[in-house]
Design a protein around this ligand. Structure first.
Ligand code: MN
Length: 475
């Protein structure tokens, strides 16, 4: 992005709620291996049938509203959005246009910037058309009538980085609340991005293009970057942006036109006469608030406070529940400030190498805690600890047994003994002494390294360095 132009990005995000049944009928809601297994007269749009709202949908919507600081609409209504498409058997979609269930709200980014949410409304999903061969289209209504929440943000984001951070946070919230699988590949989370470019000093938003059907946060970020570049280039050439819907070609790495503005339909919205308004009471909201799972921000804050770890470390643990469990278990047995470092280095590495969850590693939290006790009591060195993990990871042997068997105890070296070794090492390297005297201070690392090797990792590096300096000064 250059100095003259600035991007404005807003999102429309659909999430499929993981309720047991569909939004307006009792058909199961979810995935099925064969088409048209979860259908009835209501979701297939038979004339004369009446929709009945699934209560579970309301509870999950309220939870999301609380989590995103939304205003929960005490009286919201359904509308019909008319369009014809074979996977939408009624000829209209039941949605909320004028009175959505949730209003306003926001998500705060790490730098403190608030991304505003315009509203979140309820609607039903459509079925799926399967195009087979050149001449046949089959329609599967399993997904027709699945409950969706559609979130519309304000155009508050200015880069693909902000979009990705926003979406990651949103994703962690919906999965923490367990209201949706949040899985993009199966379509449980669908994101459309509206990108426009305006002059930096200007107030008026530019003409937007919508990016649709992108199925990962990374590809969406790439598509947004491409779109910002494409639109800026057009404006620089003095050309106009035409309002379009575009998609992302992963192979070519560019967005391409799906349709332009002339094809935007007139949906002839009208109030849905077959469904009563949704009435939500303050008591209902309070009841849900009391029983809500902790939100990601709160869990991360608790990790930081309970274990005295950094935000960065807490986020890694939060994003890997098995690793977090491994950490908690280890810490429960032996409380040490060094535990987190072993978890984030050796345990992550081992679980990647062995392609298994930390919780199923042969080196368990009990092993790690036992090893850290030896370390904290200064009975073994760091180097030996690493060796223990490597060896016990293979055999499952307990660190205590391993240490006793191999005799790899740290040998207590007193200062006098250390000084003798240091003197010997210094004398053996006259060349290095000369360079040190010429001002090449860094060369003292060579002495320290050699001393550590001679003590088999048993000496305290800081102490060694201090004595090396003393001895060099007097040599
Ligand atoms: Mn929608």
């Amino acid at each position: 992005m250059n100095q003259i132009f600035e991007a404005t990005i807003g999102l429309e995000v659909h999430i499929q709620l993981n309720t047991k049944s569909k939004i307006f009928c009792s058909c199961p809601n979810g995935y099925f291996d064969a088409p048209n297994k979860a259908i009835d007269v209501i979701c297939c749009g038979y004339p004369g049938t009446l929709p009945v709202l699934n209560k579970e949908v309301i509870g999950k919507s309220i939870m999301l509203g609380i989590a995103l600081n939304c205003e929960i609409n005490k009286k919201s209504k359904f509308d019909r959005k008319h369009y014809f498409y074979p996977d939408s058997p009624k000829g209209y979609q039941i949605t909320q246009q004028k009175h959505p269930i949730l209003l306003n709200g926001d998500i705060t980014l790490k730098n403190g910037k608030k991304i505003r949410i315009h509203h979140i409304h309820l609607e039903e999903d459509a079925g799926k058309n399967l195009h087979i061969g050149n001449h046949s289209t089959y329609t599967d209504f399993n997904r027709a009538g699945s409950p969706l929440l559609e979130m519309v943000t304000c155009p508050d984001m200015t880069s693909s980085e902000e979009v990705k951070e926003f979406l990651k946070k949103f994703h962690s919230i919906i999965t923490a609340l367990n209201i949706s699988s949040g899985d993009m590949e199966s379509g449980a989370l669908r994101v459309d991005g509206n990108v426009s470019i305006k002059e930096k000093s200007g107030q008026i938003l530019g003409t937007k293009c919508e990016i649709k059907n992108v199925n990962s946060f990374k590809f969406l970020g790439d598509a947004i970057d491409f779109e910002i570049g494409r639109q800026s280039a057009l404006l620089q050439k003095g050309e106009k942006i035409i309002q379009q819907t575009r998609s992302w070609d992963t192979k070519k790495g560019e967005t391409f036109l799906i349709r332009d503005k002339e094809m935007v339909g007139d949906y002839r919205y009208l109030p849905e006469p077959d469904l009563p308004s949704i009435i939500i009471t303050e008591e209902q909201i309070e009841e849900i608030r009391k029983n809500m799972p902790l939100l990601p921000d709160q869990v991360i804050k608790n990790l930081i406070d309970d274990y005295n770890i950094s935000l960065y470390e807490a986020e890694i643990l939060y994003n890997d529940p098995d690793l977090c469990e491994y950490f908690r278990e280890t810490y429960k047995i032996h409380q040490s400030n060094t535990t987190i470092q072993w978890i984030l280095r050796e345990i992550i590495m081992a679980s990647k190498e062995l392609k298994t969850s930390p919780l199923t590693l042969p080196f368990t939290p009990t092993h790690l805690a036992e090893m850290i006790i030896f370390l904290d009591e200064k009975k073994i060195s760091q180097k030996i600890a690493q060796n223990i993990i490597k060896e016990c990871m293979k055999s499952g042997e307990m660190p205590k047994k391993y240490i006793e068997r191999t005799g790899f105890f740290m040998v207590e070296i007193n200062d006098d003994q250390l000084r003798v070794i240091i003197k010997r090492v210094i004398e053996s390297l006259p060349q290095a002494i000369a360079e040190y005297k010429k001002g090449k201070i860094k060369i003292k690392g060579v002495f320290v390294g050699k001393v550590l090797a001679e003590t088999k990792g048993n000496g305290d590096p800081k102490k060694i360095e201090a004595i090396v300096e003393e001895e060099l000064a007097s040599s």
